[in-house]
Design a protein around this ligand. Structure first.
Ligand code: HPA
Length: 272
């Protein structure tokens, strides 16, 4: 057995020992969006600091625990708080929880985030289904030896954000009478917000939104053979499109739209 598989086995054995059984969907809840986990029923809660080989989250507004249970009648394992490259974790560490979800048998992940709007038709508070991404982090979590039992050396990213899932999210939004934007997410490493020139470049390159997460996790999800749905909350207009940027505004916007966000994910889960 190779190293990653061995480490994963220890983590998954521990999680199973807490009573976690079958899981359909992994949920990764971004900044200010962790409250969705409070709606999970019949829960088993496992703080990250108890889990072997799990890192701990340092970002304010991230609870740092796994929440297992039922949401919209589906068996889910939610990450309430994620890990970011800018915290100083390696890309392998940032994406380790996705490896764990795959090893626990999830078939799909729903990845969420707070991000800046680059598309000039977006306004703060918009929800966006991610159609595709641009990895602009300068990093890649798959660099290093590849374990063929886990995934292929050269994964195909042509349908990284599963097309049928995107359609289902749109259908859910329609049912709820919610406007749902769609677009390309460009992932930066952070932690500073971008410059106006970088945002200008991002728009020319085809980005509709920019953020500091999601891309590494989705790369690993695809490598692990998982289906992916990505939902972004546009918390602000990106640099140069509004006066200035700050984390307080990001949190405020997620608080303002959390009801729509939660409703959208729950309705989508019902239809998936
Ligand atoms: N840029 C990058 N990440 C973000 C932003 C932004 O404008 N807003 C929220 N996360």
């Amino acid at each position: 057995m190779t190293q990653l598989s061995e480490v994963l086995q220890e983590t998954t054995q521990f999680i199973r020992s807490k009573g976690v059984k079958e899981i359909d969907f992994g949920l990764i809840l971004g900044s200010g969006l962790g409250e969705l986990a409070e709606e999970i029923e019949e829960t088993i809660v496992i703080p990250y600091d108890q889990i072997p080989f799990f890192p701990t989250s340092t970002v304010v507004g991230h609870a740092g625990q796994l929440v297992y249970g039922k949401l919209s009648g589906r068996k889910v394992l939610a990450m309430q708080g994620r890990f970011h490259f800018y915290e100083g974790h390696s890309m392998q560490t940032v994406t380790y929880p996705v490896r764990v979800m795959a090893a626990l048998g999830v078939h799909s992940v729903i990845v969420t985030n707070a991000c800046g709007g680059v598309n000039e038709s977006f306004v703060p508070g918009d929800l966006m289904v991610i159609t595709d991404h641009i990895n602009f982090t300068g990093q890649n979590p798959l660099i290093g030896p590849n374990e063929e039992t886990i995934g292929p050396r050269f994964p195909d990213m042509s349908d990284a954000y599963t097309a049928v899932y995107r359609e289902i999210a749109k259908e859910a939004a329609k049912k709820l009478n919610l406007s749902l934007k769609e677009g390309v997410y460009m992932g930066y490493s952070g932690p500073m917000y971008e410059t106006p020139a970088e945002i200008h470049m991002s728009r020319i390159m085809g980005a509709d939104a920019v953020g500091m997460s999601t891309v590494p996790e989705v790369i690993v999800a695809v490598h692990s053979g998982l289906k992916v749905l990505g939902i972004s909350c546009i918390t602000n207009l990106a640099a140069g499109m509004q006066v200035n940027l700050n984390h307080e505004e990001v949190v405020e916007t997620t608080q303002r739209v959390k009801h729509s966000f939660k409703a959208l994910i729950k309705e989508t889960l019902k239809l998936l």
